[in-house]
Design a protein around this ligand. Structure first.
Ligand code: CP
Length: 327
């Protein structure tokens, strides 16, 4: 089978991109067609890099990244993706920046916009993404605003579900753990409005999904149940078991963290109740909520979620939502 030259397809796709020069602040702004455009670009990028080793579609472009909260995957994947596609990055370390001299977020963003074509921002304040967009001359990509949203992770998660299970429609997705502070859960729940899915929620009561998101799931008829335990019945119905870390850094009451951190654990005993063709996902990092013994189960998809386990493709998967979206 012959296919068109990949770089031509990519250039065509990028020229038609509904994301071009737009901020990526919240998943709520993106339609199902937008998502499918993104996934098509992802497939083309994967093919392009497979065939040609690297691409230069972002040659001459500069991406500024600034993380006010710790990150491994998001920060490294933006950096790797930009370089894999021929561009370069300016990585500003918050702890060595003029923020430490009292510079505001608005002034920081105004400044970075003079140096880059887009800015990736992670910040503990929920209002940070909107503030950054207000003062930025270039597109802002929200890499996590407090416990509110993590849009690019949600794009990647949806892409992973499609890659792993072939479809999203018809699936039962079970969110487990810290649904109150887990921003990836909030963004993914919003994106799932575009699909016909059943959603089960499993969390301690103190860490349940924010009421606004819960009401949206109910009004769409997607909520299949709320539980405090990972019972065999809940696990048996699940196609995607989406686990999250209990987010210690968001707790004002550390006693409550200590009480809740070990209440929901996925181990081999839990996996024995699960379907043969389901997957376990986790945005990572994890603590003790998914036992290492589960890593050896082929249904554990969380490292494929990061890399899809194919040498050289990591950046390509990750850049899908993250770079082509706005450059
Ligand atoms: N999934 C995710 O956002 O990971 P990092 O916090 O390591 O970037």
């Amino acid at each position: 089978l012959t296919r068109p030259i990949t770089s031509v397809s990519l250039n065509d796709l990028l020229a038609q991109s509904p994301f071009k020069r737009k901020h990526v602040l919240s998943v709520s702004k993106f339609s199902r067609n937008d998502l499918h455009h993104l996934f098509t670009v992802a497939q083309e990028m994967r093919l392009g890099v497979q065939r040609e080793g690297s691409l230069d579609i972002l040659k001459g472009r500069v991406l500024c990244t600034m993380f006010f909260e710790p990150s491994t995957r998001t920060s490294a994947s933006f950096d790797a993706a930009m370089k894999r596609l021929g561009g370069s990055t300016v990585v500003v370390n918050e702890s060595h920046s003029s923020v430490k001299k009292g510079e505001s977020l608005a002034d920081t963003i105004r400044t970075l916009g003079c140096y880059g074509d887009a800015i990736v921002l992670r910040h503990p304040e929920e209002s940070s993404a909107d503030t950054a967009a207000k003062f930025s001359s270039v597109p802002i990509i929200n890499a996590g605003n407090g416990s509110k949203e993590h849009p690019t992770q949600a794009f990647l998660d949806l892409f992973t579900i499609r890659e792993e299970l072939g479809t999203v429609n018809g699936l039962t997705i079970t969110f487990v753990g810290d649904l109150r502070y887990g921003r990836t859960v909030h963004s993914l729940c919003e994106l799932l409005k575009h699909y016909d899915v059943s959603i089960q929620l499993v969390s301690p009561t103190s860490l349940s999904l924010p009421s606004k998101i819960l009401e949206q799931l109910k009004s769409r008829g997607q909520l299949a149940g709320e539980y405090e335990d990972l019972s065999p019945e809940v696990v048996a119905k699940t196609d995607v078991l989406y686990c999250t870390r209990v987010q210690k850094e968001r707790f004002e009451d550390l006693e409550l963290y200590e009480k809740t951190k070990d209440t929901l654990v996925v181990d081999n005993a839990v996996m024995r109740n699960a379907k043969g063709n389901m997957v376990v996902m986790h945005p990572l990092p994890r603590n003790q909520e998914v036992k290492e013994e589960v890593d050896y189960d082929p249904r554990a998809a969380y490292f494929r979620q990061v890399s899809h386990n194919v040498p050289g493709q990591r950046a390509i998967y990750v850049c899908v939502g993250r770079i082509c979206a706005d450059l």
